[in-house]
Design a protein around this ligand. Structure first.
Ligand code: NDP
Length: 270
């Protein structure tokens, strides 16, 4: 009996999630199917219910439905509650719809895979959108020393930082007010999608600093090129995508796929 899973988004044609989960299933021998569903922007709940009634067991949720999935879930994991967003839905044995978010775990696992400085690190997080919200708690748990959230709309950075202020040294500001040096700079804006570079002051990397762009592409993004010019090591977000998928697979199947072969395969396919 094949269990059905899917990724919901709009648009969804570009999604690599079906490729990744199908490869995980082949690797682990789990009997699942995984498809991409483009739900109407205003009707995520209707689309999910239709899928569940047709035998769907769980789903990944991407832009613009992470908040709608959060609202729909009947049981939320602590990390989903902190993030205010859900990227993984699962029908539990209790018959309830469980919501979790795996983006943050995915980022931290990928950073660890690249031997990124985390314990005691001074970290700059660019952006205050959905992706940023999901990664702050896992970064703090990984033992970073301080986190600066910088955003184009400064009030969003300040508001987001204030939500985590009790949990560590977390502050918010605008791009121009960023004061380094930082051991790790993570670009969680969508600026790279349109070839933009957040207007940061000149030298912000510490020696051995690492630049991470959540976006991935065949060529380095403008942010990663800028960072390389400053002598920073640079990593894109392909590994994060694969690691967050592996964590979702684990939530659904209690089986951990080996992500290394997928890293090589998807890199070749970019
Ligand atoms: P959101 O739309 O929720 O947030 C976008 C953020 O980018 C906001 O902070 C926004 O600032 C900022 N921004 C947008 N355009 C610009 C610009 N031209 N210059 C500076 N800042 C800008 O998006 P998400 O948080 O969901 O996603 C952000 C990025 O992360 C995307 O590129 C996405 O593809 C990537 N991502 C990658 C994942 C992976 O697995 N690799 C997982 C999740 C996301 P403002 O508040 O001022 O509007």
């Amino acid at each position: 009996m094949t269990d059905r899973y899917a990724v919901f988004g709009n648009p969804i044609g570009h999604s690599r999630s079906p490729r990744i989960h199908t490869a995980f299933a082949e690797q682990t021998g789990e009997a699942i199917s995984y498809s991409a569903i483009e739900a109407p922007v205003t009707d995520f709940a209707v689309a999910w219910r239709a899928f569940a009634e047709a035998g769907g067991r769980g789903a990944n949720v991407t832009v613009p439905f992470k908040q709608a999935a959060f609202a729909l879930a009947q049981v939320l994991s602590p990390r989903a509650q902190l993030a205010g967003a859900v990227n993984t839905l699962s029908l539990g044995n209790d018959g309830l719809l469980h919501g979790d978010t795996t983006d943050g775990v995915g980022l931290v696992r990928d950073l660890q895979a690249h031997a990124a400085p985390l314990a005691g690190a001074r970290v700059l997080l660019l952006g205050a959108g959905g992706a940023s919200r999901g990664v702050i708690e896992p970064l703090l748990e990984a033992g970073i020393a301080s986190l600066t959230v910088a955003n184009r709309t400064v009030s969003r950075a300040e508001e987001l930082a204030s939500r985590f202020a009790a949990r560590g040294e977390v502050s918010g500001c605008g791009f121009e007010d960023v004061a380094g040096p930082f051991d790790l700079v993570i670009n969680a804006t969508s600026a790279s999608l349109v070839g933009d570079l957040p207007p940061l002051p000149g030298e912000i990397f510490a020696a051995q600093g690492l630049a991470y762009d959540m976006m991935y592409a065949a060529e380095p993004t403008v942010f990663l090129r800028w960072a390389a010019e400053q002598g920073a090591r640079s990593v894109d977000g392909l590994g994060m995508l694969i690691e967050q998928a592996a964590e979702s697979f684990w939530l659904w199947r209690q089986v951990r796929p080996d992500t290394a072969p997928l890293r090589e395969l998807l890199r070749r396919e970019l």
